[in-house]
Design a protein around this ligand. Sequence first.
Ligand SMILES: Cc1ncc(COP(=O)(O)O)c(C=O)c1O
Length: 358
Amino acid sequence: MSYERPNVQAMHGYTSGEQPDQPDVIKLNTNENPYPPGPAVARALAALQVESLRRYPPPTAMALRKALAGMHAIEVDNIVVTNGGDELLRLLLATFVAPEECVATASPSYSLYEVLAAAHGCSMKHYPLNTDWTLPLNLAAQLNADKVKLCFIVNPHAPSGTLYPAQQLAALARSFKGVLVIDEAYVNFVDPELHYDALPLIRELDNVLLLRSFSKGYSLAGLRMAYGIGAKSLVNPMQYKTKDSYNTDIIAQTLALAAVGDQDYAASTWQQVRQQRAVLRAALQDLGLATPPSQSNFLLATVPPSHQAERIYGGLKTAGILVRYFKLPGLDDKLRITIGTPEENRRLLLALQPLLQH
Ligand SMILES: Cc1ncc(COP(=O)(O)O)c(C=O)c1O
């Protein structure tokens, strides 16, 4: 006897990247920041008093929201803090999409969207990206014709690392009749010279919600902290109606606040990742793996058919190096490789060389 709702019984769960126990594995499979959290976070953790756990935490993470509002020059009411970006994605569905309605993404993208939609019980449309990873033409018209209620666009895109200009997303949001979620989980790694900034969109448009995460940019994937930025009319129902009252704990709020206060440290990790991204991309191309430019902390390398991406993935794993392989149409000849430290990247390249010679 199963007590699951029919949609839950029929769905498949999310397949996370492998999280091995062995400390010596080189982990380039789940896009974590290769550098540790900063010294301010370490100090805040050491200063935590066990007594602070006795009481419930601030329900809307006010101190953290104030710091974030100051940093982004927006108001605290434009921000909702969540237990990782994944909680924000779930809240968006719970708040803005009825089970009989439809959500969408430009595919391929973050596969959790589909899982959350299935758990929610709503349908999901996929609009294929062009072969160069650009957005499909007339996307807004297609979304409106299909009566899509909410659309997820990852920017910079995962798994390719392509960056869509903020103006293009603004044009999409202006024409789209539903909520446009711009998932900026990797935005900290964008080259500053590109001056990408989607924040002005939330002032002009009340249907744009930006997702920001502490997982990658602030090296805090283990903490589970993220936030959404949007017009008050989008943020308030999540803040005061659909999220758990105490969705983020006191430890996470304290450490995230410390991380926000030490921008110099975080920015230094972003800069090192960008610099290594260029080095690794050039080296992968030299090995014959076509790798498009990326504005994220990973690269998507195409393995020539003679070598088979799945075999290379297996060979790297045997050598103690994890990268991500997706057995999916359009991705099954590719490997998604997180940018590591210079030493990790060097060992990856050393392990790749013999595998690509056979
Ligand atoms: C595109 C994208 N969005 C959102 C997330 C959620 O990140 P987190 O829940 O760690 O904040 C991830 C995590 O890998 C991601 O890749």
